[in-house]
Design a protein around this ligand. Structure first.
Ligand SMILES: Nc1ncnc2c1ncn2[C@@H]1O[C@H](COP(=O)(O)OP(=O)(O)OP(=O)(O)O)[C@@H](O)[C@H]1O
Length: 229
């Protein structure tokens, strides 16, 4: 299907995920379907253990479903190649951020660009531009990320995800450990990415503030999507 496909950007179609540990079989997702569009921000909410992170892992190509399909622009991501999907189209900001703390903010971003094969020169300049967009002060951009605050680290992790020029940004509990003011700054960044830059932003969250800021809220309960509004 062409890049100009008029269908949804991302489609989850009847996703199931079963974990088998020895004799113990656990059905975590039970036929989850949903369509996601560019330019919108989505929240995935639900009680602890209902399968939110599992759903995010499948939708972002970090894990494969037991049944069902994830389609990006109409194409099964398994056919596209999970590596290609993750490198070119979908980036994840993990709960643990996974920054290389001995490297500076700029270096974290330029090394991600290198690993994911982002073409073109001026990587450090582009990293600095992204950090500026996300409100990381010039003085902090060349400090080791270990020395930055939680909120600053969160912004660096988002900038690193964006550096890979992806269409979809996934984030797992992006405001979990942040104070209210920093959290609202991050929410605003996500909203702008969706509404001004046309990204599809999908956030797993327990926060009502984050969910309220989203265009659509998907509620998971015992592995099923029960409502979306
Ligand atoms: N690799 C795995 N092997 C076995 N069980 C797993 C595995 N990964 C997740 N689970 C189980 O699947 C269920 C859903 O986990 P998941 O992390 O998706 O929930 P969640 O809704 O994100 O929870 P929380 O809000 O607490 O982060 C949990 O019971 C978890 O123990």
């Amino acid at each position: 299907m062409s890049e100009l496909s008029s269908g949804p950007l991302l489609e989850l179609d009847g996703l199931t995920r079963v974990f088998q540990n020895g004799n113990r079989r656990r059905v975590v997702l039970k036929g989850v379907s949903h369509r996601f569009e560019a330019g919108r921000m989505y929240a995935v909410v639900g009680p602890s253990g209902c399968g939110k992170t599992t759903l995010l892992s499948l939708a972002s190509g970090l894990d494969s479903p037991t049944g069902g399909t994830v389609r990006f622009r109409g194409r099964d991501i398994a056919d596209l190649g999970l590596g290609t999907y993750r490198n070119r189209h979908a980036a994840t900001v993990f709960q643990s951020l996974n920054l290389l703390t001995y490297m500076t903010a700029v270096q974290n971003i330029t090394s991600a660009m290198e690993i994911t094969g982002v073409k073109g020169g001026r990587r450090a300049e582009r990293a600095a531009e992204l950090l500026e967009l996300l409100g990381v002060e010039a003085a902090d951009r060349n400090r080791r990320t270990l020395q930055l605050s939680g909120g600053q680290q969160q912004r660096v992790a988002i900038a690193r995800a964006l550096a890979c020029q992806v269409d979809i940004l996934f984030a797992d509990e992006p405001t979990g450990s942040l104070d209210v003011e920093t959290a609202s700054g991050i929410i605003e960044v996500f909203r702008k990415l969706a509404h001004d830059d046309g990204k599809c932003v999908i956030v797993v969250t327990h926060s009502k503030e984050v969910a309220d800021a989203c265009d659509e809220v998907l509620r998971l309960q015992r592995g099923k999507l029960v409502t979306h509004a």
